[in-house]
Design a protein around this ligand. Structure first.
Ligand code: HEM
Length: 507
């Protein structure tokens, strides 16, 4: 980052060289995420053949205008995959440590904290070893038939070029297909609208809306405005790894099982708990409305998307897509300036943890400001009707895009598992809680990862009839609503780099 200097004019990356996923969400109604190992499948491995078959379908960030592709794909490659391809060094690689070591490493697990069922040793239903996952292909289509066709192109090529497809799920054919919830691609299991708040990377059709610092924090090779300096960057003429990575970005690909029955039953239990009902009687809500109230407090947005800060009492269609709000109280300059807003949105609500916005950050934790990531998540598994678990696997196919897995994705996960990013005494919270929705709840003996952490969720409330007597709903022993099924750290290389893998020639 340029500190104390006048920054140079922004360098605009060539959209035709960037895989499009980082710049825009695709909104195709059909997608499938296919995973491959370069471990030979019995015939000679020919990765060039595989990448040259797929290359014509790779979607860049160029504006498609009115011609939305009927089908298209993007490609990510793990560090082990890059080593097999001869791109990453076997020793002294300049790729970042967390990418080299993988998400199951001790260092990454310090932030991700996948315990018990979520432990890396249980990932992918033990269908394959974490280190044997080398390539993830994300296929998108406008129709079911077009999806079948592109899956066939990918899998036929993989098979004939000696790659082994690996299957992350135990149900269906084991692949990760997108599921549409409530006939709305923006809805995810648990019933919330997702994909609202994103960093300002511009859209292909409107680059003026781009924030250069945001872009430079995501795409590798643009250090002028970047705070986190995505790596490997630097001299592309002397470092082949930096040359390959230029115009690429990282994808923390994370499959998260959602316990929908457990979640629905939890909300119902809270909405019928006599102490809660008595304390909240001033709101005049019926049982269904109380369920929605608790659902909103866990996330910081109502299920329609309205942020609690803008619409504290009820969801409002007018604010459903709003991003323009903060948590600090305007004009109040005191260490407690963020506190009044917690009567609307609790300190540990998912969106408040995932992006504390203008909230005061703990010195050291918040030197870089709130961490940002691009999310391209979609649901997998059929929707659950009712509150009884049917044993079906369902959850989120999470694509968390960033320029630095450690400084963005893992940093944020650390905050979610251990809410130490803001001075918590201000919020009358004695021990660090966890993200109310996401935390991987630790049980002894794992507690030493998060000293003093509690699984208590505190919801401050203020009855307008007794404004001098603030109160709170305290829920102890928050259940684990989400379990990690697997994680892969991938580089999403530029189109030139993918073309190199297809041809052996770097343009
Ligand atoms: C199954 C797991 C998850 C569910 C159900 C979930 C749900 C949601 C919902 C409903 C929103 C509000 C809609 C929006 O702002 O787009 C949201 C926002 C967000 N989530 Fe998640 N999420 C999950 C996992 C994660 C993970 C793993 C991360 C980070 C690594 C994350 C980071 C964020 C961020 C950064 C925001 C935007 C916050 C803001 O800018 O206000 N989420 N999530």
């Amino acid at each position: 980052m340029m500190l104390g200097k006048t920054p140079p004019p922004p360098v605009t990356p060539d959209n035709s060289n960037i895989q499009g996923l980082v710049i825009r969400g695709y909104t195709h109604p059909f997608s499938c995420h296919l995973m491959f190992s370069f471990k030979p499948n019995g015939i000679t491995l020919n990765t060039k053949g595989f990448f040259s078959d797929l290359y014509p379908k790779v979607q860049s960030a160029v504006d498609w205008g009115n011609n939305k592709p009927v089908s298209m794909l993007n490609i990510g490659i793990t560090f082990y995959g890059l080593q097999i391809l001869g791109v990453a060094q076997k020793s002294q690689s300049t790729f970042p440590d967390e990418f080299q070591q993988g998400p199951w490493s001790v260092a990454s697990q310090q932030s991700l904290g996948d315990f018990n069922d979520s432990a890396p040793s249980n990932w992918w239903y033990n269908n394959f070893q974490n280190a044997d996952l080398h390539c993830v292909v994300h296929a998108y289509a406008l129709t079911d038939t077009a999806l079948t066709d592109i899956i066939s192109l990918i899998t036929t090529s993989a098979k004939s070029n000696g790659l082994t497809e690996v299957f992350p799920l135990k149900s269906g054919d084991g692949r990760l297909y997108q599921s549409i919830i409530d006939n709305n691609p923006a809805k995810i299991h648990f019933g919330y609208t997702d994909g609202i708040s994103e960093p300002a990377l511009g859209t292909p059709a409107n680059m003026a809306s781009r924030n250069q610092a945001d872009l430079d924090n995501f795409v590798i090779g643009y250090p002028d405005y970047s705070i986190i300096d995505p790596a490997p960057s630097g001299n592309v003429s002397t470092n082949p790894e930096a040359k390959f990575a230029f115009d690429g970005f990282y994808n923390a690909f994370r499959i998260l099982y959602q316990d929908v029955a457990g979640f629905n039953n939890f909300l119902l239990a809270q909405a019928t708990n006599p102490t809660n009902v008595a304390k909240l009687s001033y709101l005049g809500l019926n049982q269904d409305e109380l369920v929605e109230w608790f659902a909103a407090k866990l996330v910081g947005r109502w299920r329609n998307g309205s942020p609690l800060i803008l619409s504290p009492d009820a969801p409002d269609p007018a604010t459903a897509q709003s991003e323009d709000f903060g948590y600090a109280t305007a004009g109040v300059k005191s260490p407690n300036q963020d506190v009044p807003s917690s009567f609307k949105c609790p300190f540990s609500a998912h969106t408040r943890v995932a992006n504390p916005r203008d909230q005061t950050l703990t010195p050291g934790e918040g030197n870089l400001g709130p961490v940002r990531i691009v999310r391209r998540g979609i649901s997998y598994g059929v929707e659950l009707e009712g509150n009884t678990d049917d044993g079906v696997d369902r959850g989120l196919i999470g694509l968390f895009l960033c320029g630095s897995i450690a400084q963005q994705f893992e940093k944020l996960y650390g905050w979610m598992n251990y809410n130490n990013f803001s001075p918590k005494p201000n919020f009358s919270v004695k021990n660090p809680p966890q993200d109310a929705l996401l935390g991987n709840r630790p049980t002894s003996p794992n507690l030493n990862n998060y000293p003093g952490v509690v699984t208590t969720f505190t919801i401050p409330i203020q009855n307008p009839a007794t404004p001098t007597q603030p109160d709170s709903i305290v829920i102890s022993g928050l259940p684990e609503f989400i379990k990690t099924r697997g994680t892969a750290y991938c580089l999403m290389p530029s189109l030139k780099a993918l073309n190199y893998l297809a041809t052996g020639v770097m343009a």
